[in-house]
Design a protein around this ligand. Structure first.
Ligand code: HT9
Ligand code: FE2
Length: 389
């Protein structure tokens, strides 16, 4: 484990940036309208998804999981002597990002380091958050507030993320009947995305599924060390939406379980490697639907834990913050990464995870420019202290 300087200079605040979710039945439709604004999701799909949330009392698990992650991060930061304020802001629900950044600015924050609750490159998992940050920073500049936001690199191939997933897989194998363990297939599941989003993901396209395959291979290999042999694995998808005419990544997890059963696979361990905690997709699409499919066809099924607040994952996120601060100071920190691609970029290249629908400014990228403050000065480092006194 790296030692973290108590000071994450030049940053003066930290941010957990997430998706947000409804907290009760009355929030469900307004939340879904926020999520799907301009995204071309059919109404029937919205009604279906509203049902998933209502099935759980209209409350998404995601906010409480983020609260737990914030608490775990605070403890880890505190144990390393870091006492920067840690904020939480969402794309689709309260606390909304702009309000959070305004509050941070009010309390004195000028350079904020963000961690996003998504491990992989894609428009939905990365650039859309960067667009949200840009929109918030621009809105605050119009109020005369200068805030700069950077993000940590993608963590799909970091030892802490891979290790925590591997621990979950090993524990799930341990819950299968002993006679079933050896032949049990390891089925990794992530969020499906439209083929066009997959093709635009990362700097050169195709990064979404490739990063997943690299993470899956690393998790399987690490789990294999504890299990005695590396399990055979597949990567499959859940939560397809959009019109049926639009191609999305396949196979769907339910179809895949049927196919495995037909091939004679005796059992499955399902690892939701695409999700950092037990989101609605995990508790509904996997624990409810896919589990039911497995039960229907008589396929023994164990679901591996998501990384959640696993200590190795939490420590990894704090390591990434320390690394990113060193990069911002002009240093060259070690950047541990498993698999062929090595460490992901800290600043997104131009065109990375391109928005295929519209061109919007995106923060944390090579082509991002801090907006001009109301009053005529830029918010860029150097000028801002003079402006704001
Ligand atoms: C790649 C990806 C992640 C990243 C993985 C990550 O960040 O972990 C992610 C996260 C999440 N997605 C979430 C919820 C929703 N996503 C939707 C719609 C969509 N997601 C997409 C992709 C992704 N989504 C796409 C391509 C669409 C179609 C519309 C569009 O092109 O934008 C819809 C609309 C209804 C529907 O279509 O299903 C909902 C309600 C929640 C909250 C869950 C909770 O409440 O616990 C979370 C964390
Ligand atoms: Fe989603």
């Amino acid at each position: 484990m790296t030692s973290t300087p108590a000071d994450l200079a030049p940053y003066d605040a930290l941010l957990l940036l997430s998706f947000g979710g409804p907290e009760g039945p009355d929030d469900v439709m307004p939340f879904l309208e926020n999520v799907t604004r301009g995204r071309g999701i059919p109404r029937e799909r919205l009604a279906d998804v509203a049902e998933h949330y209502l099935h759980f009392g209209g409350r998404s698990p995601i906010n409480d999981q983020n609260r737990a992650l914030l608490a775990a991060l605070s403890t880890e930061l505190g144990s390393r002597g870091v006492d920067l304020p840690l904020y939480w802001g969402n794309r689709n629900w309260d606390p909304y990002l702009t309000d959070t950044l305004r509050e941070a600015h009010e309390a004195g924050a000028r350079r904020v380091l963000a961690v996003i609750t998504s491990a992989y490159s894609s428009y939905s998992g990365c650039r859309q958050y960067r667009e949200d940050v840009a929109a918030s920073v621009i809105a605050l500049a119009a109020e005369g507030r200068a805030v700069e936001v950077d993000k940590v690199r993608h963590y799909f191939n970091t030892p802490g993320f891979v290790g925590a997933n591997a621990d979950g897989v090993v524990a799930a194998y341990g819950r299968l009947e002993p006679g079933l363990r050896e032949g049990a297939r390891l089925v990794f599941v992530t969020h499906s995305v439209p083929d066009v989003m997959e093709e635009a993901s990362g700097p050169a396209g195709g990064a979404y599924s490739e990063q997943h395959r690299q993470a899956c291979a690393a998790v399987a290999e690490e789990a294999g060390r504890a299990l005695g042999t590396t399990p055979a694995w597949d990567l499959v998808y859940c939560s397809r939406s959009g019109p049926p005419t639009q191609p999305w990544l396949e196979p769907d997890v339910n179809d895949h379980l049927r196919a495995l059963h037909a091939q004679g696979v005796p059992a499955v361990v399902v690892s939701p490697v695409g999700f950092v905690s037990d989101h609605m997709e995990v508790v509904f699409d996997i624990d409810t639907e896919a589990e039911e499919t497995a039960r229907e066809i008589g396929l023994p099924f164990q679901r591996a834990a998501t990384v959640g607040t696993a200590p190795a994952f939490v420590a990894q996120l704090v390591d990434l913050m320390a690394e990113r601060a060193e990069v911002a100071r002009g240093g060259q920190p070690g950047q541990p990464a498993l698999g062929p691609w090595g460490p992901s970029h800290s600043v997104c290249p131009v065109g990375c995870c391109r928005n295929t629908r519209a061109e919007k400014p995106a923060a944390c990228g090579e082509d991002w420019q801090q907006p001009v403050l109301a009053g005529g000065t830029t918010g860029a480092a150097g000028g801002r202290d003079a402006v704001l006194g």
